[in-house]
Design a binder for this molecule. Structure first.
Ligand code: PMP
Length: 357
């Protein structure tokens, strides 16, 4: 820390992103990216737009907003495109959080939530997951905080059904309920349609996972017009050109190529089920996942041991040191070939451990 850093950040503990090694020697199963490239239409659109980067991007994101509104079955004024869904989380903490309006979220969830809370000076309360690592929706009824739920949750992968989300939204009419649907395209049911009936529901979506655009940074907020207007007030006070030209064009093309991405999501779901079976056969406990990752615990290796042994053999997974989940690793679902390598590598690690007993 330099002697110039503002006092207000002295105790800030920033978010630690998953490793992004610069060489290609790893099978990357650590940051929940899609293993599939973007569709050819997306690449062509981004390349075309790259020729115009001397001009600012459209701050309104008009074409992208119109396309996204159609995709989500809402009106353009219900949509706010953002620079990755992380950005709308930040906007939401700024817009809806303060000393009088704290946030509540699960004790085991996306690690950025407590960081934004701290950064934005929003008090927060962590609601423990149940003993089987799921969210009990009854813990979220009639709260005195704004509510933020990742559904499916990360890093656990478990998902609440739509009716439970609706119960939460209905039981907190004077609270903003934010549902982060980063992983919803891998088997969950989106609550976007509920935004038409509830003015306190904000849904967050991203193109980073199911639409192979993690590196382009594109997310969306979807909610009633007034909520989106509040978020726009924050956006236009921070960074009006928040979504760059290439990403806006890529986003429109990705929506046009919807069928391509749906098929890829189906493949990932199939491979997820195969991987789960194989891990269980090797003595792992695997939480039921509705996401593009599984959260798994070996009966013979600690989470740290599994992470390190895999890394030294060229496979990257994510390990969290938080006490409650330190026995687990979060494993992104890659291609069938990548997952086969994961399984044979784990077999080798277990065999080596067995012979050294
Ligand atoms: N929400 C959840 C639950 C996530 O896991 C992630 C990915 N790290 C994000 C939001 C942010 O994704 P992005 O900013 O790439 O849209």
């Amino acid at each position: 820390m330099s002697r110039f850093l503002s006092e207000k950040y002295a105790s800030l503990v920033p978010y630690t992103p998953g490793e992004q090694p610069r060489d290609a020697q790893y099978i990357k199963l650590n940051t929940n990216e899609s293993p599939f490239p973007p569709s050819p239409g997306v690449v062509a659109a981004a390349e075309r737009e790259a020729r115009r980067v001397n001009l600012y991007s459209d701050p309104e994101c008009k074409l992208l907003k119109d396309a996204a509104a159609k995709l989500y079955g809402v009106e353009p004024q219900n949509v706010l495109p953002v620079n990755g869904s992380d950005e709308i989380l930040y906007f939401a903490f700024l817009a809806f959080g303060d000393e009088q309006n704290p946030f509540a979220f699960a004790d085991i969830s996306y690690g950025f939530y407590p960081v934004y809370a701290q950064f934005c000076k929003v008090p927060n309360r962590e609601i423990p997951l149940t003993s089987d690592f799921s969210i009990d929706y009854r813990d979220y009824l009639g709260l005195s905080e704004q509510i933020l739920i990742a559904n499916p949750n990360a890093p656990t992968g478990t998902c609440l059904p739509l009716w439970q989300i609706e119960e939460i939204v209905r039981a907190n009419p004077d609270r903003v309920v934010i549902i982060d649907e980063a992983y919803i395209d891998f088997g969950g049911e989106s609550c976007v349609p509920l935004t038409k009936r509830y003015d306190n529901l904000l849904v967050i979506q991203t193109f980073s996972k199911s639409r192979s655009l993690a590196g382009a940074r594109l997310g969306f907020g979807i909610g009633c017009e007034a909520l989106i207007r509040d978020l726009n007030t924050v956006k236009y006070s921070i960074n009006p050109y928040n979504v760059n030209r290439m990403t806006q064009a890529a986003g429109v093309a990705a929506i046009e190529d919807d069928a391509y991405y749906r098929e890829k999501a189906q493949t990932i779901m199939r491979v997820r089920e195969e991987t789960t079976e194989q891990l269980c056969a090797l003595g792992f406990t695997v939480l039921p996942s509705t996401a593009n990752f599984v959260f798994a615990k070996s009966d013979r290796l600690s989470g740290e041991e599994l992470y390190q042994s895999l890394k030294s053999r060229g496979v990257l997974v994510r390990h969290f040191t938080k006490e409650r989940i330190k026995d687990f690793c979060r494993i992104t679902i890659g291609t069938r070939e990548q997952m086969q390598t994961l399984i044979t590598t784990i077999q080798a690690i277990l065999a080596e451990k067995g012979s050294s007993r």
